[in-house]
Design a protein around this ligand. Structure first.
Ligand code: PHE
Length: 341
């Protein structure tokens, strides 16, 4: 969440030399270790909305790394595209080089990876301008696409929240890199899925899984065992929360709460909210496990599954102290920071 005071170590906004687009890199903290966070290329009404998003997202990455026990701080890259702007292959490549130059200028204090609007396939292009890139292909010494690991962490969190998936009514908002993997896994485990996506072109792929295609509004007001936010942030507004009919919420979208008070509204309504910065940590846990701690695939995935155990501990602490899961997660983070993690 945004700290009303300036809480970031570095915020760089530079006009890309090749594209003229603003490249924003927010380094929230390097106290636990070098900042880590993905690179988001997305349309925003005005570029300063992208700046605000970079500040929020990078702060959330610190929470994510710390609660997952990683020796990383949080950072994020955002390139706000003007509404309607499309990038052809050449301009996209130029943009990835512009991004690489800005990241390289931070001298190893920030490492990037894929995020909304970029993919693991883009990382080798960024890496032509800087070495500070996670998720390069295996052949290039990286950990590859982080989406399956992110999905694995979400599944572990979902098991903690609702146990077995068979026969469960599950709503999913966002059928992207992570959402589509979750949908496949949940469908094959027998969940009854209702799915929305901002792109109507994804309808066929959703229906091919035997899931029901719906509008986002329908998913957000459906009677569900669990709702999975897997699109962009800020979805849980006061208005949306008032209309929810789900028992629990757990998903990979970053910054799901429109403001921190939403955690209290959800709690009052008896809806269990699994903190997004914990649920979504699988990608960074895996990438850091493989690339920094040199774990093998299975060991790194086992670490990702630990997200389910951490969530169980957070939920138990919330219950014990009669506070929200969000507050319990924050206490845990404060404890880890104080202990020098
Ligand atoms: N972008 C993802 C996140 O928000 C995942 C990621 C970032 C993975 C950086 C590896 C490195 O956590």
């Amino acid at each position: 969440m945004v700290n009303p005071d300036f809480a970031h170590e570095d915020v760089v906004v530079r006009r890309g030399r090749r594209t003229g687009l603003p490249v924003i890199v927010a380094v929230h903290s390097t106290a636990p270790g070098p900042a880590l966070g993905g690179c988001r290329v997305l349309h925003y009404p005005v570029w300063t909305d992208g700046l605000a998003d970079a500040l929020r997202l990078s702060a959330a990455m610190t929470d994510k790394s710390v609660i997952a026990g990683l020796r990383h701080g949080g950072g994020k890259t955002v390139v706000p595209l003007p509404p309607g702007a499309e990038l052809d292959a050449r301009r996209r490549r130029n943009l990835l080089h512009d991004i690489g130059d800005v990241i390289d200028g931070l001298g190893g204090r920030y490492f990037t990876g894929p995020d909304v609007g970029t993919s693991a396939g883009d990382m080798p292009v960024v890496a032509e301008r800087t070495a500070n890139v996670f998720c390069l292909p295996r052949e290039a010494g990286g950990s590859g696409d982080s989406s399956p690991a992110t999905a694995e962490g979400v599944l572990a969190a979902l098991r903690t929240v609702c146990g077995d998936f068979d026969g469960r009514a599950v709503g999913l908002v966002g059928f992207g890199h992570v959402g589509s993997i979750l949908a496949r896994e949940l469908a094959s485990a027998g969940a009854r899925l209702t799915i929305s996506d901002a792109d109507p072109g994804r309808r066929a792929g959703i229906e091919a899984l035997g899931a029901r295609w719906a509008s986002t509004e329908e998913v957000l007001t459906a009677e569900l065992d669990v709702l999975i936010p897997a699109a962009v942030g800020g979805m849980l507004t006061d208005e949306v929360v008032a209309g929810l009919r789900c028992a629990a919420i757990a998903g990979p979208a970053n910054n799901q709460l429109a403001h921190p008070g939403i955690a209290d509204r959800l709690h009052e309504r008896g809806i269990l909210w699994a903190p997004d910065f914990l649920v979504s940590a699988g990608g960074v846990v895996y990438a850091s496990g493989v690339e920094v701690d040199l774990l093998g695939h299975e060991e790194a995935i086992a670490r990702v599954r630990g997200i389910g155990d951490t969530l169980a501990e957070v939920l138990a602490a919330a219950e014990r102290d009669a506070i929200t899961p969000y507050a319990a997660a924050r206490r845990r983070i404060e404890g880890l920071v104080a202990a020098g993690r």
